[in-house]
Ligand binder design. Structure first.
Ligand code: IMP
Ligand code: MG
Length: 177
């Protein structure tokens, strides 16, 4: 375990098993129709690679760079699109992948944006959902795990840019914050 991690919340094996189940659901739901998967950088990188290799459907993979945390531990509430160009989703079915649904602001903003660009359908899939009340914001269509309202790192999630590479989801030691 990394020296800055206090506790592993979801270990590698549990994540990988859950991905098998999520992948099967996606297979059933999206079979027969080409899709565009839009992964949100950088948080979704590990999730995207591990999940999509289990889903042998016809798909294109696009990544977009968005930011809402700006390195800290709380959502700024403002979602920034950091790219100059966005994927061509006109007339296409889209599946957005992200690491975590917290306030829901990010997925909401990206869904609106891609719908505005003419996507025929936009579904969302996250590894983690925080168990907090979210007024008028949609839950993700697919979610790996529900966690409490705590700050986590690993498996794509960062604190000040670090810990994304850890193969598990964990809680940081206070000495690392
Ligand atoms: P939302 O817009 O509030 O739903 O936040 C979603 C984004 O905030 C995610 O894409 C993450 O990048 C980041 N985020 C939310 N919670 C955590 C956390 O516990 N650890 C690290 N990043 C987080
Ligand atoms: Mg993120």
């Amino acid at each position: 375990m990394h020296q800055d991690i206090e506790k592993v919340l979801i270990d590698e094996e549990v994540i990988q098993k859950r991905l098998d189940i999520l992948a099967e659901k996606l297979m059933n739901d999206f079979e027969g129709e080409p899709i565009v998967v839009v992964a949100l950088l950088k948080g979704a990188i590990l999730f995207m690679a591990d999940l999509l290799r289990r889903v042998p459907l016809t798909m294109e993979i696009e990544c977009i760079n968005v930011s809402s945390y700006h390195g800290g531990m709380e959502s700024s509430g403002k979602v920034q699109f950091l790219d100059n160009t966005l994927p061509d989703v006109l007339g296409r079915k889209v599946l957005i992948l992200d690491d975590i649904l917290d306030t829901g602001g990010t997925l909401h903003a990206v869904t609106e944006k891609l719908t505005g660009l003419g996507a025929t359908e936009v579904k969302t899939c996250v590894l983690l959902t925080k168990d907090i009340p979210r007024e008028s914001v949609k839950e993700a269509d697919y979610s790996g795990f529900v966690i409490g309202n705590e700050f986590v790192v690993g498996y794509g999630l960062d604190y000040q840019g670090k810990y994304r590479n850890l193969p598990y989801v964990g809680i940081l030691k206070t000495s690392a914050i």
